[in-house]
Write a protein that binds this ligand. Structure first.
Ligand code: 9D3
Length: 251
């Protein structure tokens, strides 16, 4: 899969995309990331990429011309791939959106800065708009990295275990159970004995119950949508009857 990322700060991507799973995916050829500095398409002597808003009000707005020139010179006119704007006004990013994007051979990500972007970019160049959540960032770059990261790990041959993405908590609809590794006792804190028992049936049931408990406690909104077995429902009913109306505390 190929990503073309259009930004005023291409250098901020390198420390992340050169290492770990994304770095490995690029080396193996599963992923291509092409970074483009929008400023390279500004034509005036000061290489201007922003200007004051029509109608006043302060702040600066990203100009349309350099963005159209950048995207069309790389992707063609009209662009031969979806052009996704990272913006607080976009549709919420989720594991489902990540899975949709991972099916595509190529996408362009457009990172905004300043107060916003000339509306004609949105109307006539952008095909989709994504937000990564309800908090205020200083620009679209971190959001583009989030999207790139979540999509890359879903590409074929990127993770060691091809089934791993299906086991993700957001794929099963529940939060994950706790994890432990050696030593069995650290500062007097013991690993739950069931994990040392060697009884794989008991371990699987304990992990499932921990997932249910944790999801009920922290993300009851997820529990409402999760695929639950009759055994899961019986466990939850038991918890709720023991503790009355209160949510069970985990620790
Ligand atoms: C200071 C201007 N803000 C008015 C309340 C609007 C605004 C514009 C641009 C707020 C943030 C930004 C920069 N953010 C992004 O470009 C962005 C973003 C985000 O801030 N939160 C969640 N997802 C995203 S995707 C891109």
């Amino acid at each position: 899969m190929r990503f073309d990322i259009f930004t005023l700060f291409p250098e901020v991507f390198h420390p992340y995309i050169d290492v770990s799973i994304i770095g490995r995916a690029r080396k193996s050829g599963a992923l291509e990331v092409h970074l483009h500095n929008i400023r390279d398409w500004a034509t005036d002597k000061h290489r201007t990429v922003d200007d004051e808003p029509y109608g006043g009000g302060g702040g600066m707005v990203m100009k349309a011309e350099p963005i159209f020139a950048a995207v069309e010179s790389v992707l063609g006119r009209p662009p031969q791939a979806p052009v996704i704007l990272l913006t607080p006004q976009g549709r919420p990013f989720s594991q489902k959106v990540a899975r949709e994007l991972a099916e595509l051979p190529r996408v362009a990500l457009l990172c905004g800065r300043y107060e916003g972007i000339d509306e004609r970019v949105r109307q006539h160049l952008v095909t989709d708009e994504i937000s990564i959540g309800d908090y205020v960032l200083t620009g679209g770059e971190l959001a583009a990295l989030v999207v790139l990261d979540a999509v890359t790990r879903l590409l074929p041959n990127v993770l060691g275990d091809p089934d791993a993405p299906d086991k993700d908590s957001h794929a099963t609809g529940l939060l994950e159970h706790p994890h432990y590794t050696r030593p069995a006792v650290f500062r007097g804190w013991e690993v739950p004995p069931v994990l040392l028992s060697g009884d794989h049936g008991k371990i699987a049931r304990w992990r499932r119950e921990q997932s249910l408990l944790r999801t009920l406690h922290r993300r009851p909104d997820l529990l409402a949508k999760a695929q639950l077995t009759e055994e899961d429902r019986a466990f939850l009913r038991k918890l709720l009857s023991e503790d009355g109306e209160a949510l069970p505390s985990e620790d």
